[in-house]
Design a protein around this ligand. Structure first.
Ligand code: FDA
Length: 304
């Protein structure tokens, strides 16, 4: 119930405007968001890299309504890619199609994302297209397939274990050698499309995780669920799957202890580092995943 409340609030325009402009809002968000500028993101990236952990930089933004906004968003990604290659950072980028104008015109978004992927290819970097709500699943997968055909290995996407269709989508992407980040899914979806019970989502996650990690296509296991992480470690040990066949992926500010422990044990770990002014919907989805975060953040703020 609290999950639905926070996801509902993540779409509230007035609250978003207030939060993004308020100092309190920005202080609360700083636990999960690296800062407002590319420079802030680069500093966090260096700090995380120094711990032997890779990064995926995400310039926060979604649901733009004009072509000019979409192009401005893509400019930020070009700058981020320049910074990654000039600074030899251990990083790639993650972006969202609604941020690149897919709601205005899908061909506009494809043209803009192709420009970013082409720029990444020049420096041997990688672009991950995040997965949004189920209205965008097919569009995102199909666009990733076309971009992968043009720039093989430079682009991948995300599949969500809560959707019934994901087992089929997994096979579809693996057949083409497209890199998958597997997550549980962060949006509110109807029972006709997604498992309503968390235990079913978790079980589906484990089964898909075993499929992707044994496929030979490099994959991202994106979860903070320690039980699943342990299941993964047992599975790769039992099957003799090398530790460079996959990476664990986690969010900035979430389970830092687990991130460090895995990296110290020799596993590849990548942290998703979001930055930018438009942090509100992202932040509200993090609260939806764990409403106790709000009390935790408020207590920390009162203490400091
Ligand atoms: P689960 O929600 O079961 O949590 C397991 C445990 O992890 C909790 O008990 C708690 O200890 C900890 N935890 C989880 N979330 C937390 C939080 N917000 N704060 C503090 N502790 C928390 N989703 C999507 O729909 N599209 C996408 O493109 C992506 N991309 C993405 C990238 C990366 C790198 C990650 C890690 C996640 C995503 N997600 C996503 C989000 C994902 O779908 C999911 O909502 C969250 O990862 C939470 O699910 P867990 O697998 O961590 O398990």
């Amino acid at each position: 119930m609290l999950r639905s409340l926070f996801i509902g609030l993540s779409r509230n325009v007035a609250l978003r405007r207030w939060a993004e402009q308020s100092r309190i809002g920005r202080r609360l968000a700083s636990r999960f968001v690296a800062g407002l500028t590319v420079g802030d993101a680069v500093s966090v990236c260096r700090r995380v890299n120094a711990e032997g952990i890779a990064v995926s930089l995400d310039s926060l933004g979604e649901s733009v309504t004009t072509e000019a906004e979409a192009r401005a968003e893509s400019e930020v990604y070009h700058r981020v890619l320049d910074e990654i290659s000039a600074g030899r950072l251990n990083a790639n980028v993650s972006l969202k199609l609604t941020q690149m104008g897919v709601d205005i015109r899908p061909d506009l978004a494809e043209q803009i994302v192709a420009g970013i992927v082409e720029r990444a290819a020049v420096s041997k970097l990688f672009v991950r297209i995040d997965m949004e709500g189920s209205n965008y699943t097919e569009t995102t997968i199909a666009m990733t397939e076309r971009l992968h055909a043009r720039f093989p290995g430079v682009v991948g996407t995300v599949l969500q274990a809560y959707l019934y269709r994901t087992a089929q989508d997994t096979e579809r992407l693996l057949r083409q050698g497209i890199r998958i980040r597997l997550c549980k899914g962060a949006y509110q979806e109807p029972a006709g499309l997604a498992f309503p019970h968390k235990s079913d989502v978790d079980a589906n996650y484990v089964s898909l995780m075993k499929r992707v990690v044994a496929s030979g296509v490099f994959c991202g296991i994106a979860t903070h669920d320690e039980v699943i992480v342990h299941e993964m470690l047992g599975f790769v040990r039992e099957k003799g799957i090398p530790s460079d066949a996959f990476e664990f992926q986690m969010l900035y500010g979430v389970r830092r202890d687990l991130q460090r422990r895995l990296a110290k044990s020799g596993f590849r770990v990548r942290v998703y580092v979001p930055f930018g002014n438009a942090w509100y919907p992202y932040f509200m989805r993090r609260l939806a995943e764990r409403p106790a975060n709000l009390t935790f953040l408020m207590k920390n703020m009162l203490r400091s």
